[in-house]
Design a binder for this molecule. Structure first.
Ligand code: NAD
Length: 513
């Protein structure tokens, strides 16, 4: 990298003591209410990206295992009690799951932190936050309903039922394993669906642990099944199998669009939550301190391995240099290091591949003429740590300004007026989220209405609530999770037309027969 010498050093790495002492988690698959190994006995291991030791191991599912899981879910849907339970009964089970998660926050958070590399303090917050998602889904299990039409004339009553869509395949990524599963599973269960879950092979522990909780909470056998292993062999059948009625996938745009194509070949319902290149648009009249904090938080939270990462800042040209200096200064102070260290804010990158991918993107940006202002290197340490990185003077055409990097890399692009800021914001394939920073309400609303994004934050960043729908425009996805429609997404409507009184014949009068 040509301008490396001018780059200030990122914060020193928080020292990693010896590898944490704990027993590796030995997971099994959960199929038809039974804990099983893979049918050929193969297992795979996951090592901590921060410490290098084995954290967990799981069966590598064979095609026969996946088939068994699909059959179990189909049987539970066609013949089991779950789809026919009263809403209140399903709600009670979901509430019991919420309590089960609450009781295991520490254990789940530790495994989540060790597998993902994210700070333990953050993982605790995410596991605890899942309790709210399950409780919210429980409320919807009781309140989601169809519709009735008493406006069709004296002889007709129209009833629109909401019935479960059927058997649902859920595929989840590694960056927020239990959180993303909890954006899907409780809502599918609230609707009365049965499910097959395929967690990321890098982070399967908390998904498997959740099955223990479901079992205790009284979820009947076959209603939720977990298959562990790699994407092409274990995940792809969930998109292709005719017995699966819906695929809900969160992950990369590349894999999501491929699976969406396969799923629509056999006319499944498809929900996709994919990548983002989310802009924060900064105007000179903003609350400066709040904005700088939110920019640093927005891009370095979860080491930038976040679909919602605020990875692009589009900043007014009159404040671009002041902004760059301030954000570099703040970013240098963010503590990076051992995820188990209580002060860590940025942990390890999830895998060597991911780390090299991020470094490659940085290199490409600098080669294209953007200016590296902070970081850009791997820490000289055993774990997979990357310096918080800032790149300024990017142009919208550079790949570093358009492609999702999925790491702790902020790219700064200047703009001259609001219309241009919106154009730059919209000039990517993505449309997941965005933010606008200004004290002027007209500016905020103009930008909020103009950007292609499923969520727009105004003078804040990354807040989230189960009540508010989440999802993306354009290549960031199809459909929405959360919100009061979250359960409806896992239903089909059925129209029932009830004739009242004597029906008028089409052809011969009644007496003629
Ligand atoms: P990924 O697409 O590589 O993998 C996601 C899941 O799909 C994993 O379980 C993986 O095993 C599986 N998979 C991979 N290849 C497959 C195949 N050929 N067939 C079937 N399944 C396959 O994504 P990732 O690296 O785990 O996660 C990072 C990506 O997820 C990023 O692009 C990020 O933006 C996105 N993401 C989006 C959201 C959102 O809500 N929009 C949330 C989190 C992550």
């Amino acid at each position: 990298m040509t301008n490396q010498l001018a780059v200030p050093a990122a914060s020193a790495l928080l020292s990693t003591a010896e590898a944490p002492k704990h027993e590796a988690f030995t997971g099994q698959m959960y199929i038809d209410g039974k804990w099983i190994e893979s049918s050929d006995g193969q297992r795979f291991e996951r090592r901590s990206p921060a410490h290098g030791h084995v954290v967990s191991s799981f069966p590598e599912a064979t095609p026969a295992d996946v088939e068994g899981a699909i059959q179990a879910a189909e049987k539970a849907y066609r013949h089991g009690p779950w789809p026919k339970l009263k809403g209140v009964e399903r709600a009670r089970v979901l509430l019991a799951v919420a309590q089960g998660i609450k009781a295991r926050v520490e254990k789940m958070a530790l495994l989540e932190s060790l597998e993902t590399g994210k700070p333990l303090t953050q993982a605790r917050g995410e596991v605890s936050g899942c309790v709210d998602l399950w409780e919210y889904a429980a409320s919807l299990a009781r309140t989601t309903s169809g519709d009735a039409y008493d406006t069709l004339g004296e002889d007709m009553l129209g009833i629109v039922l909401r019935q479960p869509v059927g058997v649902v395949g859920l595929i989840t990524p590694w960056n927020f394993p239990i959180w993303i599963l909890s954006q899907k599973l409780p809502f599918a269960l609230a609707a009365g669906c049965t499910c097959i879950v395929k967690p990321s092979e890098l982070t399967s522990s908390t998904t498997v642990m959740l099955m223990e909780i479901l079992e205790e909470a009284g979820v009947p056998a076959g209603v939720v099944n977990v298959v562990t292993g790699k994407g092409p062999s274990v995940g792809q059948p969930l998109a292709e199998h005719p017995a699966i009625d819906m695929l809900s996938f969160t992950g990369s745009t590349r894999v999501g669009s491929m699976l969406g194509g396969l799923a629509s070949k056999n006319l499944k319902k498809v929900a996709l939550e994919l990548g983002g290149k989310n802009p924060q648009i900064v105007f000179p009249d903003c609350d400066w301190h709040a904005m700088i904090d939110a920019v640093v938080f927005g891009v370095y939270f979860n080491a930038g391995e976040c679909c919602n990462s605020g990875s692009r800042v589009i900043v007014h040209e009159s404040i671009a240099e002041r902004f760059a200096e301030a954000v570099v200064e703040r970013a240098r102070q963010v503590p990076v290091g051992d995820p188990l260290h209580p002060d860590s804010k940025i942990g390890a990158i999830v895998s060597e591949n991911q780390l090299n991918d991020i470094l490659g993107n940085i290199e490409k940006g600098v080669a294209a003429g953007a200016r590296l202002r902070l970081g850009g290197k791997r820490y000289d340490a055993n774990g997979l740590y990357l310096e918080p990185t800032i790149i300024t003077d990017a142009t919208p055409a550079m790949s570093i300004a358009r492609d999702e990097i999925f790491g702790p890399v902020l790219v700064v692009i200047p703009f001259s007026d609001a219309a241009q800021a919106i154009d730059i914001a919209n000039d990517t394939a993505y449309g997941l989220s965005a933010a606008v920073w200004s004290r002027d309400i007209d500016t905020c609303l103009t930008v909020a209405r103009g950007v292609d994004a499923g969520t727009v934050w105004v003078n804040t960043f990354l807040d989230g609530y189960p009540e508010l729908p989440f999802g993306g425009f354009k290549s960031s996805g199809v459909g929405r999770e959360l919100g009061k429609q979250a359960v409806e997404d896992y239903t089909e409507t059925k129209t029932i037309q009830l004739h009242i009184g004597e029906r008028k014949n089409w052809w011969l009068p009644r007496t003629a027969a």
